[in-house]
Design a protein around this ligand. Sequence first.
Ligand SMILES: [Zn+2]
Ligand SMILES: [Zn+2]
Length: 316
Amino acid sequence: MIEELVSKASIGDDDAVEELSVIADTDPERLTPYLGSLLDRDVLWPAKLYRAADGEVVHRVVERIDGGRTPDRLNHLLLILAHSGHPLAESALRRWSTQSPAGADKLYVGALNYAREGGWTVDPDGRRRNLCGNSAYRWGMREAPRRADRPTCPWCASPLWTAAVLDTADPSVGAALTHTGWPGRLVIETCHFCACYTTLYSEVTPAGDTVWWPGNTRPGYLGPAAAEDPPVLVPTPDGARRGPYGASAWEQGGSTLGGWPDWIQDAEHAFCPGCGQPMDYVGLIGGADLDEYGEGAYYLHLHHPCGFAAVNYQQS
Ligand SMILES: [Zn+2]
Ligand SMILES: [Zn+2]
């Protein structure tokens, strides 16, 4: 069956590509034996198809980039390496960050920055850090009456929205946040309205404190806005997903704690205002889960060493 999908994908059958993508999200290892053939047929997109690429396929991609014969495909090939997260891919991306491969002059970012598209980064001390976790949980919505004493957004005066109330003492939360190193309670408050326009940061502590970061910078294009009530819904962990890639930014029920983000646009891991490094990913809240007509998705991030949380938003 997969062989047939690979053939169809190679002649531009979008449905076949979609079916392969679903397998990449639910059981990526099933694709591993077919990735060489996918590469032969030049099916390079979406790069997540190559999540479970083995050393042989990764080696071939690295060789193809080093050979410099298809510089116009460099962007796709780097994305494949990023998604594979393979040690061979990592060492090649590190090498190319100082010795640019053919075609790199057409890229918007350096080779090593591609790592973030695959959910990892290399910290200033040279160590690799995975930005996403391996455990993911459905994030069901529960009604939470707003307390009158909660703060309002300094920009639009809307009451702040409690986007997450978590405690690592809960084993699912602990598992979903393992990669962040967070110990204790985590409450993230944000402005549901202004977060749609810029990344909003808050200062958080393991005691569950959450405070609007005074350094948040209001974008010039964000004009005066009337205060709006935020959703009265707070996501609550609700059963494990099959793997880390089960989040959906589109579908109802797609909100997910932990695992990997389903980006609507390019990957947008927020940068920590404390240290400038990409923050760890916490979870996604789909607009469709907040409101019948809701769209887009909120992405939650955390950097434990600096005590910052962030929320950003993407839509199609
Ligand atoms: Zn606001
Ligand atoms: Zn930081």
